[in-house]
Ligand binder design. Structure first.
Ligand SMILES: Nc1ncnc2c1ncn2[C@@H]1O[C@H](COP(=O)(O)OP(=O)(O)OP(=O)(O)O)[C@@H](O)[C@H]1O
Ligand SMILES: [Mg+2]
Length: 228
């Protein structure tokens, strides 16, 4: 059978004409999937500057090849990734491109900054009528999630640690795939900033279950610029 994902919408409509019964279903399913994409893109949370940058078309910078390849294998049902390393190595860029890549395939993927999520939870304590969906609900419910810059902002409080645990527990429980970016090492001696040291051993333990760790090397692309 033809690979429906390679056909244009017009070609799909042409195929539908004259079809009846079971033959209609795969084509209408594909059309419904395509129709979701603009809305999914609009609500993906990917920063405007990276809108339209899809992982399949990214030119990896030195040090990014392994991460870019690993992200292409991370899909719903697979184990997630914990991308860590120093500032400016492209963790957020690649993970945002992963979200767009999934959304282009009709998957409800979200990109959420950890600091924005905490701010949203805090705001909702005073303002329960905030009209947009709560970020924590989006983070828990997304088919695929990027939680960007986990642990940013220094030592976590029991409150923020509890939020991270809840998100990871709920997502693990539902088998939903998560990609996390951070400057914190997943493990290591007390002399370096780690997830266990900055957040908690319970968060580090859940992360180890949800995500395979992958360190980005290379250099600070904000300082040195992006090569061709
Ligand atoms: N492959 C790439 N192609 C083009 N631009 C890139 C690429 N990788 C990274 N960049 C750019 O490099 C800059 C730094 O990338 P990014 O913000 O993803 O770093 P980071 O690792 O998330 O840093 P931090 O730890 O400070 O959050 C950004 O301006 C981003 O747009
Ligand atoms: Mg970042």
């Amino acid at each position: 059978m033809t690979d429906l994902t390679t056909l244009t919408v017009d070609e799909l409509h042409a195929q539908l004409r004259g079809l009846t019964g079971d033959k209609v279903k795969p084509i209408t399913t594909e059309l419904v999937r395509r129709a979701r994409i603009p809305n999914l893109l609009r609500t993906s949370g990917v920063p405007r500057t990276w809108a339209g940058v899809s992982l399949g078309e990214v030119a990896p910078q030195p040090g990014q090849q392994t991460a870019a390849r690993a992200l292409l294998r991370v899909a719903p049902g697979a184990k997630g990734l914990y991308l860590y390393g120093q500032a400016g190595h492209g963790k957020s860029y690649l993970s945002a491109a992963w979200v767009t890549w999934l959304v282009m395939r009709g998957i409800s993927a979200k990109y959420i900054r950890w600091a924005d999520l905490l701010a949203d939870v805090r705001e909702r304590m005073d303002r329960r009528d905030k009209p947009e969906p709560a970020m924590i609900d989006l983070a828990i419910g997304a088919e695929a999630l990027v939680l960007d810059d986990l642990g940013a902002g220094g030592r976590a409080t029991p409150w923020s640690v509890g939020i991270a645990e809840r998100i990871l527990d709920d997502r693990l429980g539902e088998g939903r795939v998560t990609v996390i970016t951070s400057n914190l090492a997943p493990a290591g001696p007390p002399s370096i900033p780690t997830v266990a040291g900055t957040m908690s051993a319970r968060v580090a333990s859940r992360l180890a279950e949800a995500c395979a760790p992958l360190k980005l090397s290379g250099r600070d692309l904000r300082v040195h610029g992006v090569g061709g």
